[in-house]
Ligand binder design. Sequence first.
Ligand SMILES: [Zn+2]
Length: 365
Amino acid sequence: MKNRKWMAALLFGLLLTVQLAGGQTLAGADTIPPAMPVVDAVSDTALFITGKAESKAKVYAFSGNKKLGEAEARNGRFSIDILKQKIGTSIKVYAVDAAKNKGKSKTVKVLATPSAVKFAATGNVNMRSGASVSTRILTVLPKGTIVSYINKTGTWYKVKAGKHTGFVSSAYLKKFSSGKPVSFPAPSKKTPGTYVNGVLLVNKDYGIPSSYNPGVSARAQKGADALVAAAKRQGISLTPFSAFRSYSRQAALYTNYASQYGEMEADKFSARPGHSEHQTGLAFDFGGSDQSHWLKESFGKTKEGKWLAANAHKYGFVLRYPKGKEGVTGYQYEPWHYRYLGSELAAKVKASGKTLEEFLRVKAK
Ligand SMILES: [Zn+2]
């Protein structure tokens, strides 16, 4: 069966040759060279070169004049054992059939392993031939170009970008991850209180028992830590100055405010005991580098306040008392008070542009 197939292929090859040669008859042997192999991508950690080639053909891999290996193609595929090759190495792969016809060679370049660390260019940046500004400019990488890190020489990173490999000053690169951003899980549902669509709602209408005294939520704390760290990487200094507050602490605060301002005024900015989100362990108050803006509306205009408004949802937090929503939330604008919901829900609430009450379709009693 296999033999017959092979004969058929040979015959077809001969006919083709005869036709191509314009009627000249060629004696006996197969003179059709095997097709150029199809070669799978080769990474710098690969120990094989694989691909497709004519069955039974011998497939050879060379780097310059150096033979890397050979293997026979079976069922249309080949796998050649090689030693690890450096990124950028050109490898020629060609097939030789049983009749010793040599096919055209396919050239592949060794690529950085796909999991390689990637950076994005923070501006239009020169890629140079060496690790210094006195070396030749190979190309200019436009802002936002994603490059694969190879290695470094001082503050210069050798990187690969498309078909170019060269050196870029690391001052113009920032870490890039193409994967999903880290997600921050929703808080546990162990907190007593009212849940609306699975979300704990604490406000002037919905409270939690005085006996509930959990401390700060571990999940919310992780989100807050990541938020502060991310802000810091971007030159934004945030301090979470208040998180968990016990029932008794809130009672003391409220009593103090009420005696100072009267209950009506105190209710605009302070929760009554049992009605503070801080008692859930899920609320954080943040401040910036200038303490004179802490707990003030003006914090919303600082770079730290703006950064929070734009980014807090990525770490699971939403601005709980937005401007102009006093009638819905019962509180004046508090650009410092953020509530942990987990990043999935926080992103949805943020995108909706609504307060948590509006998002959950809860009307004030
Ligand atoms: Zn607060």
